[in-house]
Design a protein around this ligand. Structure first.
Ligand SMILES: [Zn+2]
Length: 445
């Protein structure tokens, strides 16, 4: 008894020292956030499909029950609602959104219907985006993802089309009114290049290689418009400050960081929990953290304008949730967290940076109790062996086995540091994130 009490006393003392070190940092971070004011830079991290379950799964698996991820250390945390609206009647909510409607919400401040890219429901108006507003005010801009660059999250910042499928010049069947031949702005790939975003990095090279009406490709247009075009991780060394960068590191989505066994209906792997394989990404593709480091190095140009706006998406958390692959999903969440760590270090070294970490919509995976013959989830399950050496059961139950698991409609975490960060506290709506970033871009007085 006496011995364990002594141990407890020691751990309390150690804990107190640790907590005090953390608190010193947080007090000044909270003060900064509460003061508000204009941001020199905005760093926005979007974890696609990264709900509380996805964050908790990654944390328990990789750093343990008592561990904390980089994104857990942000001083201000709240929640936001993500619902979309119906195309036929925009006064009706659609409780389960996609990345296009939710991206439009945080990028423009307007709710729209699923599938739309920064255009309004029903009347198809173009909605000005935070990236466009930042550009008009002289900020440098960047848009980085592990998905195709023409996928919904990167697209909502620098394109306006009626349907998210209209990614390349040959993909325009669903958007006749947006075709160049109809006087429209063209596909997402064409618009992203025409927007002169300073830093564009991700996958989706095949979309930029499709021929336009004049026989040219968006990639050729980019080179003509002054972009340095790179196709692999080694090319990042050619990136130069003062020159626009288009990095296309995969034909489609970039490769996931981790791999493992998919979740399956009971009995799946119950009783023999898996550890994930962590070196799945080919060497030619950069990690999201490496892309983030490069983007920050290119956009951090004192004297080139008031500052920069950079969006970084961890895209395949969602995609691995859809295919019920827990290792793929956790690996993407951890890779996203490593990129966030780069951002937090930058923001700490550069006061006046507003950094926001959130997601676009919630997803399927759930942490559930141990499955037995008589009591188990009806969907797919997998047991993982965490760093605590304890089994962790994950379930995917929003669709049938081997069908695409569905998004869910629950609220999400939003966390932030820097000017205006206090605006994330409480329960807000996704469209409020646009207003918060807009306040951070107000001209300095
Ligand atoms: Zn999805």
């Amino acid at each position: 008894m006496r011995y364990s009490r002594a141990l407890t006393a020691v751990s309390v003392v150690l804990g107190a020292v640790f907590i005090r070190a953390q608190n010193t940092d947080r007090v000044s971070a909270v003060r900064d956030a509460a003061i508000g004011g204009t941001a020199r830079n905005i760093l926005l991290f979007i974890g696609d499909g990264m709900g509380d379950a996805e964050i908790t799964l990654a944390r328990y698996y990789a750093v343990g029950a008592a561990g904390r991820l980089a994104l857990d250390t942000l001083p201000m945390t709240g929640a936001y609602t993500t619902y979309a609206v119906e195309e036929h009647d925009p006064s009706l909510p659609n409780y389960v959104p996609d990345s296009a409607s939710t991206g439009t919400a945080w990028a423009t401040g307007h709710k729209t219907s699923n599938g739309r890219i920064s255009t309004s429901a029903r009347d198809d108006r173009d909605l000005p985006t935070i990236l466009e507003i930042a550009q008009q005010r002289g900020y440098l801009t960047g848009d980085v993802t592990t998905a195709e660059l023409t996928d919904a999250t990167p697209a909502v910042l620098a394109a306006h089309v009626a349907r998210r499928a209209c990614q390349g010049p040959a993909d325009m069947a669903a958007c006749p009114q947006d075709r160049k031949s109809a006087g429209g702005p063209g596909s997402i790939a064409e618009q992203e290049i025409a927007h002169n975003v300073d830093v564009l990095m991700g996958g989706g090279a095949a979309r930029f290689e499709q021929a336009m009406k004049d026989g040219r490709t968006p990639i050729q247009n980019a080179a003509k418009n002054g972009y340095e075009v790179i196709r692999d991780a080694a090319g990042l060394e050619r990136a130069k400050r003062g020159r626009k960068l288009l990095g296309l590191f995969a034909k489609g989505n970039m490769t996931t960081e981790w791999s493992g066994e998919e979740a399956r209906p009971y009995p799946s792997n119950v009783g023999s929990p898996q550890r994930c394989t962590e070196d799945h990404r080919p060497a030619g593709e950069p990690a999201l953290a490496q892309m983030t480091t490069t983007a920050l190095a290119l956009l951090d140009r004192p004297g080139a304008g008031p500052g920069f706006f950079l969006q970084v998406e961890g895209a395949s958390i969602d995609k691995q949730d859809h295919v019920a692959d827990p290792c793929g999903q956790i690996g993407e969440t951890i890779a996203f967290d490593r990129a966030i760590k780069i951002g937090i270090d930058y923001a700490k070294a550069h006061p006046g940076t507003l950094l926001v970490v959130t997601a676009d919509h919630a997803h399927t995976s759930q942490i559930v109790g141990r499955a037995t013959e008589t009591d188990h989830p009806t969907g797919s399950i997998s047991e993982l062996l965490t760093i605590d050496r304890a089994p962790l059961t994950v379930s995917y139950g929003t669709n049938l086995y081997h069908r695409s698991q569905d998004h869910t409609g629950t609220q999400l975490r939003i966390a932030a540091m820097g000017p205006q960060a206090a605006g994330v506290v409480g329960v807000i709506d996704q469209t409020d994130l646009f207003q918060l970033m807009l306040r951070a871009l107000e001209p300095r007085r």
